[in-house]
Design a protein around this ligand. Structure first.
Ligand code: CP
Ligand code: NVA
Length: 309
């Protein structure tokens, strides 16, 4: 049966560990210039309803590294833009390509696509989750810390799609997640409840100082996500005391790492000094999108990497 990756919880703890291990192997093979064409002759369709830099390029280069091919599909240039239904597009595309990555405004669109396509579907970001980002982030933290169990992770700012995937991932990694958001932009209770029901340790507070105290990892993301533009001024107002600045970073563990999925808005959710500072690992995160997604695709399309490389 085909397997989709719509949520970070579509994989279990073992699968997460094995994807991270494969991603590290793929990173090494690429850096050594060793061919690793595990998806030769395979194709990935990539549908982007919204803008992207990292997701688009990392999936496209990833397929090319693996000996396959990726197609960038803009809904406005497809019959989708003229009203063709998602379920019809999904069934037709699945007859041509080996997997589809879709970035959509609504998570329901991603789910509908996956329901009708009989090839693996990957969520390249929806309003609900951004599992590919968190997969790469977990790889990035594993490279730094090894075992992630018991690490303290603080999310500061909007309780958005990336935050949701992080909250849910606590059930897989054993990290303790503290989220600090203004009341209006806190993550939904159902996400927190889902993570807790699966053993995740999650707290939600309004005070960023509380969330970051002694944290090993600090994370923030833009305050106005794609699709939220009409609320821009309310969001900037509500979130203005949630900037990841040097004062906040100083309250975390002295070796705390600072993460951001990018794109960043310096001077809003993070200061220039912090993102450019020695604790920031944002470029490693961006790079690891490539390696982690390659490992994911090899698993979804070809059942995993051959042993021994
Ligand atoms: N972090 C991330 O998904 O970036 P893009 O929007 O550029 O793809
Ligand atoms: N939360 C952001 C992430 C961008 C990668 C958004 O959805 O726009």
């Amino acid at each position: 049966m085909k397997k989709d990756f719509l949520s970070i919880l579509d994989i279990d703890e073992c699968e997460l560990e094995s994807i991270v291990t494969d991603a590290v192997r793929l990173k090494r093979l690429k850096s050594a210039g060793t061919a690793h064409e595990y998806l030769r002759g395979r194709s990935l369709g990539m549908i982007f309803e919204k803008a992207s830099t990292r997701t688009r390029v990392s999936f496209e280069v990833g397929m090319s590294d693996l000996g396959g091919h990726a197609l960038f599909l803009n809904p406005q240039d497809m019959q989708l833009g003229r009203g063709e239904e998602i379920r019809d597009t999904a069934r037709a595309l699945a007859r041509y390509v080996d997997a589809v990555m879709i970035r959509a405004y609504s998570h329901a669109t991603v789910e509908e696509f996956a329901r009708y396509a009989d090839v693996p579907v990957v969520n390249g970001l929806s309003d609900h989750e951004h599992p590919c980002q968190v997969l790469a982030d977990i790889m990035t933290l594993s490279e730094r810390f090894g075992d992630l169990h018991g690490l303290k992770f603080a999310w500061v700012g909007d309780g958005n799609n990336v935050c949701n995937s992080w909250i849910l991932s606590s059930a897989l990694t054993g990290m303790e997640i503290a989220v600090a958001s203004p009341q209006r932009y806190r993550p939904k209770d159902e996400i927190v409840d889902q993570a807790r029901a699966m053993g995740g340790k999650v707290t939600v507070v309004t005070d960023p100082n509380k969330a970051v105290r002694d944290a090993d990892v600090l994370y923030t993301d833009i305050w106005v996500s794609m699709g939220d533009e009409k609320e821009r001024s309310e969001r900037l107002q509500a979130l203005k005391s949630y900037t990841m600045d040097s004062r906040l970073v100083a309250q975390a563990s002295p070796d705390a790492l600072v993460m951001h999925c990018l794109p960043a808005h310096r001077g809003e959710e993070i200061t220039d000094k912090v993102i450019e500072g020695p604790q920031s690992i944002v470029w490693d995160q961006a790079e690891n999108r490539l390696h982690a997604q390659k490992a994911l695709l090899v698993r979804l399309i070809a059942g995993g990497m051959p042993a021994g490389d």
